[in-house]
Design a protein around this ligand. Sequence first.
Ligand SMILES: *[C@@H]1O[C@H](CO)[C@@H](O)[C@H](O)[C@H]1NC(C)=O
Ligand SMILES: *[C@@H]1O[C@H](CO)[C@@H](O)[C@H](O)[C@H]1NC(C)=O
Ligand SMILES: *[C@@H]1O[C@H](CO)[C@@H](O)[C@H](O)[C@H]1NC(C)=O
Ligand SMILES: *[C@@H]1O[C@H](CO)[C@@H](O)[C@H](O)[C@H]1NC(C)=O
Ligand SMILES: *[C@@H]1O[C@H](CO)[C@@H](O)[C@H](O)[C@H]1NC(C)=O
Ligand SMILES: *[C@@H]1O[C@H](CO)[C@@H](O)[C@H](O)[C@H]1NC(C)=O
Ligand SMILES: *[C@@H]1O[C@H](CO)[C@@H](O)[C@H](O)[C@H]1NC(C)=O
Ligand SMILES: *[C@@H]1O[C@H](CO)[C@@H](O)[C@H](O)[C@H]1NC(C)=O
Length: 207
Amino acid sequence: MAKILGKSSSQIISIFMLIILMMISKSTSAPNFLANTCSNNSQYHTNLNTLFRYLTTNATNPTGFHQAVSSNGNTTNEAVYGNFLCRGDQNISTCHDCVTTATTTDLPTTYCPNRKDAIIWYDECLVRYSNQSFFGTMNTKPSWIYWSANNITGNTTRFMELMSNVMNNVIAVRAATTGGSSWQKKFATDFVNYTSFQTIYGFGQCC
Ligand SMILES: *[C@@H]1O[C@H](CO)[C@@H](O)[C@H](O)[C@H]1NC(C)=O
Ligand SMILES: *[C@@H]1O[C@H](CO)[C@@H](O)[C@H](O)[C@H]1NC(C)=O
Ligand SMILES: *[C@@H]1O[C@H](CO)[C@@H](O)[C@H](O)[C@H]1NC(C)=O
Ligand SMILES: *[C@@H]1O[C@H](CO)[C@@H](O)[C@H](O)[C@H]1NC(C)=O
Ligand SMILES: *[C@@H]1O[C@H](CO)[C@@H](O)[C@H](O)[C@H]1NC(C)=O
Ligand SMILES: *[C@@H]1O[C@H](CO)[C@@H](O)[C@H](O)[C@H]1NC(C)=O
Ligand SMILES: *[C@@H]1O[C@H](CO)[C@@H](O)[C@H](O)[C@H]1NC(C)=O
Ligand SMILES: *[C@@H]1O[C@H](CO)[C@@H](O)[C@H](O)[C@H]1NC(C)=O
């Protein structure tokens, strides 16, 4: 009796630990949602689902980037254009988790059901699709801006000067010019000392 009891309680403990492990691994792989924007319409679901599949299956690309068209062979008829971009410092599995979350639940169900175009932003990636091609063109809209609630302490003028140097003069140029090969990420980081104990970090990335 005691033996049976001992065995089953150890099984309960292992099952319990397994559940805890599953909960831990689930919570670490979930991307951290930031914001989304979508515009309306229905139809072209087949093409959109195909596009989502293209994006998800390409989400292990070492570049953390892929663009695809799903058109049933006819780009004049309900074609869907889409891409994803994972943040340059994210690994392949985080990138894949993020794109999969966007294409399997967040875009089609949670945030943008029946929409003709949408962009969703996370800390880890962004995913975008549209019925109009946006490849190779610069769009400043839709955009999304996010900032910290914390204020600059100390010399604000100096902070803004240094931040501007980091972001504009260094990162923008390097992000655009590095990654000449298709397998390289166009991702650049930089930092500068603000005070002897505070550092300003920045990064920039292009598709
Ligand atoms: C958005 O799409 C839904 C479902 O297709 C429709 O009921 C609604 O009228 C649309 N809204 C606009 C602003 O077009
Ligand atoms: C990646 O996307 C392309 C279309 O852009 C598609 O043909 C291909 O099947 C997708 N999956 C993989 C693993 O390449
Ligand atoms: C593509 O779709 C358009 C619009 O529906 C149609 O007029 C055209 O005939 C189609 N082309 C082919 C090759 O199927
Ligand atoms: C990828 O990054 C995530 C988050 O930083 C980390 O939890 C995970 O262990 C990493 N996976 C690999 C294979 O390096
Ligand atoms: C994309 O969809 C919008 C909204 O339905 C429509 O106004 C626009 O003409 C469509 N563009 C193309 C290229 O089909
Ligand atoms: C930042 O500064 C603003 C305006 O001076 C103030 O309203 C706000 O409470 C400050 N935030 C923090 C986190 O101190
Ligand atoms: C703040 O920084 C600016 C630019 O570096 C500098 O010109 C100014 O003297 C500094 N102000 C103070 C009070 O240190
Ligand atoms: C920035 O500060 C760190 C730590 O105080 C120091 O080791 C480093 O040399 C500084 N870098 C520059 C460019 O001043």
